[in-house]
Design a protein around this ligand. Structure first.
Ligand SMILES: *Cc1c(COP(=O)(O)O)cnc(C)c1O
Length: 393
């Protein structure tokens, strides 16, 4: 071969005796075939065959396989974000005339997707009280094709009775899905509780370092896997093998990160609860939390995110205390090594008065606990204090 060809073709390199613990990052758009016949038959390679880089590489399959094993599923589909993990499920199973039930506490962009994307295309949605449990049965009519859940709910942390919702759905032959980002399959296994879809924002605890965006959908039914993959192929979505490598690396330390962050979060939640007015600390492990008994029954642990309701008297002084924090950073997303504070305002459709003010979401990372508490203490003192107006009067 001549020089220009030698620049392009690679020499055969021996892999003999090379064994590494790292998963190689296989980048590919083109997948090459040994023969023209193989190429012609590529669509018969089955759910795990390689056909085109967008649809999977050994790197993405390694990540899918790891998540499938943790979720106790059959296959996992990787998507570009946690939000996409939800929308791809909805787009796969819902047709015009159908409807979906979503909890009032779902990750907020879910209701936005239903209202602004699905509704104009003839797919309806209904928001339900996350604590509805078996009462969901009354909301099921012949149009409902999917019940979505998220447990605990975003920011306000209500734990849902997943087995009761699954029982009602199964009685009507309806599919169910759970956003499992907070617990991760380390602490809750939606598929084992009868859910059809378990989604995660890998952006959070699996990535674990605030530098990755990806989502996963685990399923235990090969036909649902095919339908999800069809949606991905038709829309033209896939994930980068480099991102998969980051997620695989993040996942190796997820167990110890979760154990540490979860322990510190519970300690802080209890300490704050002991100092402030009742009901202000939102953490499923606190006995007063909505769904605490269900959490104890169904979950194997708690991750490192919880919230504190900010009473009206504390709202004005809070921003300066957040800005002054040294160990915590201010920002959305969570589940990484860096601890985060995010002041949130919540709007609920079912009970408009519930959590009408601000809520501080706290994500515990891996910094020294005393440094973190030094940032939180003045905030807790402020929340615990009498109204500033009452004091100065
Ligand atoms: C962050 C989050 C998402 C969205 O994940 P992205 O990767 O940021 O799109 C979905 N669900 C929950 C519960 C989340 O916290």
């Amino acid at each position: 071969m001549r020089d220009k060809t030698l620049c392009v073709k690679r020499p055969e390199v021996s892999h003999e005796g090379f064994a590494s613990l790292a998963i190689p990052t296989y980048r590919a758009s083109t997948i090459v075939f040994d023969s023209a016949v193989d190429y012609a038959n590529r669509k018969y390679r089955g759910p795990d065959g390689y056909t085109y880089g967008l649809h999977g590489t050994p790197t993405s399959r390694a990540l899918e396989g790891s998540i499938t094993a943790l979720e106790q599923g059959l296959r996992t589909v990787l998507v570009p974000s946690g939000q996409a993990a939800i929308t791809i499920v909805f787009l796969t199973v819902l047709m015009p005339g159908d409807s979906v039930l979503i909890p009032d506490t779902a990750y907020p962009p879910v209701a936005g997707f239903c209202e602004n994307y699905l509704k104009p295309r003839g797919i309806a949605y209904r928001i339900y009280d996350p604590m509805i449990g078996a009462g969901i049965d009354e909301l099921i009519d012949e149009t409902v094709k999917l019940i979505w859940t998220e447990s605990p709910g975003s920011t306000t942390m209500e734990i849902q009775d997943i087995p009761a919702i699954v029982a009602a759905a199964k009685a009507h032959g309806i599919l169910t899905g759970c956003d499992n980002t907070w617990a991760t399959p380390m602490y809750f296994k939606p598929l084992a509780h009868g859910m059809d879809f378990s989604s995660m924002a890998l952006t959070k605890y699996v990535g674990g370092h605030s530098d990755l965006l990806m989502g996963s959908i685990a399923i235990k039914d090969i036909d649902l896997h095919r339908r999800l993959k069809d949606t991905m192929r038709m829309i033209g979505l896939g994930v980068s093998p480099d991102d998969c490598a980051l997620a695989l690396r993040g996942m190796e330390t997820m167990g110890v990160r979760l154990a540490h962050s979860g322990r510190v979060a519970i300690e802080f939640a209890k300490r704050i609860e002991s100092r402030v007015a009742p009901g202000l600390v939102l953490h499923p492990a606190l006995p007063a939390a909505p769904g605490h008994d269900v959490w104890k029954r169904d979950f194997a642990g708690a991750s490192g995110v919880f919230s504190v309701v900010i009473p009206a008297h504390a709202e004005e002084a809070l921003p300066d205390l957040l800005t002054a924090a040294k160990a915590f950073s201010i920002g959305a997303s969570w589940g990484g090594t860096h601890s985060l504070l995010a002041p949130m305002t919540i709007s609920r459709a079912i009970d408009e008065n519930a959590h009408a003010g601000s809520i501080l979401r706290i994500s515990i990372g891996l910094e020294d606990e005393d440094d973190l508490w030094a940032d939180l203490e003045p905030i807790v003192d402020l929340v615990a204090s009498e109204s500033v107006i009452a004091k100065t009067a």
